[in-house]
Design a protein around this ligand. Structure first.
Ligand SMILES: Cc1cc2nc3c(=O)[nH]c(=O)nc-3n(C[C@H](O)[C@H](O)[C@H](O)COP(=O)(O)OP(=O)(O)OC[C@H]3O[C@@H](n4cnc5c(N)ncnc54)[C@H](O)[C@@H]3O)c2cc1C
Length: 236
């Protein structure tokens, strides 16, 4: 994970009201340091040469409206525009930001929460922990593909945190699903889950079909697609 802080007067007016929201980042074409702005053709944004711009979604981890600085935490997975841009980013690197996209409203009356996800969900889960009332119990389950992806999470007095290693070569979500199968879902528990698209499909099946969790008690979001560029951005 690498933190990149974007800054500038263009961030004036950005308001992030809820945890686990998103922003879209327009990044330079790989190998270039220049940002070419796309134009709307009535159907989609395209670059002057007709190609699709490199736009990726990330969590606005922390915004300082006085300094006009926005922290973004990128998973460095070694093979994508955003990952490579963040890994190489130095002072003066350019990106364009739009948003925010919808976040998650924590129900202060809910008796308990479960927050679960893979590395891409760590920024959102950190915000959720910061926003959760101190007396609400929460179980946190995070799957990591590399042991060094275990990061310090914000302290919460009622949190139980479990880190689960994904075995080499296993499909994303295998370790998380196993952990979720063992989770205590007391009546009324709210679940927030995000990760790889196929993994969250399996998780939806488990929560809604096997555990009979009412859909209204869950937000399950696909954040990326194994083997495909661009984020998944689907949700329940
Ligand atoms: C609402 C929302 C919030 C998100 N927040 C964050 C965030 O805060 N930080 C963050 O890092 N990501 C976040 N993501 C996920 C991020 O948008 C995707 O991981 C995106 O695909 C990364 O773009 P890329 O250019 O690095 O890789 P891409 O060009 O999209 O993909 C290239 C290859 O890398 C693979 N790949 C993509 N992501 C990963 C990964 N995480 N691990 C392993 N392989 C991967 C793809 O399957 C593909 O084969 C969020 C997504 C959504 C929808």
């Amino acid at each position: 994970m690498k933190r990149v802080t974007v800054a500038g007067p263009e961030l004036e007016g950005l308001t992030i009201d809820l945890p686990a929201a998103s922003v879209r980042t327009l990044l330079p074409w790989p190998g270039s340091h220049e940002l070419v702005m796309p134009a709307w053709n009535g159907n989609e944004f395209l670059l002057p040469d007709g190609s699709r711009p490199k736009i990726r979604t990330v969590t606005p981890r922390h915004f300082d409206p006085d300094a006009l600085e926005l922290d973004l935490d990128f998973v460095i997975h070694g093979g994508g525009v955003a990952s490579e841009w963040a890994d190489a980013a130095e002072r003066g690197a350019v990106a364009a930001i739009s948003g925010p996209g919808r976040g998650y409203a924590i129900d202060p009356e809910a008796p308990a929460f479960l927050f679960a996800g893979d590395e891409t969900a760590i920024p959102a889960i950190s915000q959720l922990l910061e926003a959760l009332p101190d007396d609400t119990p929460v179980e946190v389950q995070i799957e990591v593909a590399r042991p060094d992806a275990r990061l310090a999470l914000p302290d919460h007095p009622r949190a139980t945190v479990g880190w689960y290693d994904l075995a080499a070569g296993a499909p994303p979500g295998d370790a998380l699903l196993l952990a979720l199968e063992g989770a205590d879902l007391a009546p009324g528990t709210r679940c927030w889950v995000a990760g790889e698209a196929a993994a969250v499909q399996r998780i939806r099946r488990h929560l809604f079909q096997e555990r009979k969790l009412p859909r209204a008690q869950a937000a399950v979001r696909g954040y990326w697609k194994h083997g495909r560029s661009g984020d998944a951005d689907d949700d329940t």
